[in-house]
Write a protein that binds this ligand. Structure first.
Ligand SMILES: [Zn+2]
Length: 106
């Protein structure tokens, strides 16, 4: 355990699933990606206080690796089952989805 390191793993997701269950955080507070409610503490709220969706994934705008490691450490320390999703991948997945929605409507 003491010698464990964080390694990024790729998984495939349905963008809708990600959108419904992700909280985007800065340091401690975050925004529910589903209903856009701000100021949610990801360590204390397992579900969104507004839309009641369960948080399964966390993403951050932080580009600083140290801060990301700190966030991962907190999640682990609190025994939360949140998975950290790469924000850039998340944005790309959602953008592609929004684009295909646009084509579906026209
Ligand atoms: Zn919400």
């Amino acid at each position: 355990m003491a010698n464990e390191k964080f390694v990024r793993v790729y998984e495939s997701f349905d963008p809708e699933e990600l959108k419904a269950h992700t909280i985007v955080i800065d340091e401690l507070e975050g925004q529910c990606l589903n209903c856009k409610t701000l100021g949610i503490n990801y360590l204390k709220n397992k579900v969104c206080p507004s839309c009641q969706n369960e948080f399964r994934y966390v993403a951050t705008n932080a580009r600083n690796r140290e801060l990301i490691i700190k966030i991962l450490g907190r999640i682990r320390k609190e025994g939360l089952s949140l998975k950290l999703v790469e924000k850039e991948d998340l944005d790309k997945a959602l953008a592609r989805d929004a684009l295909s929605d646009l084509f579906r409507k026209s």
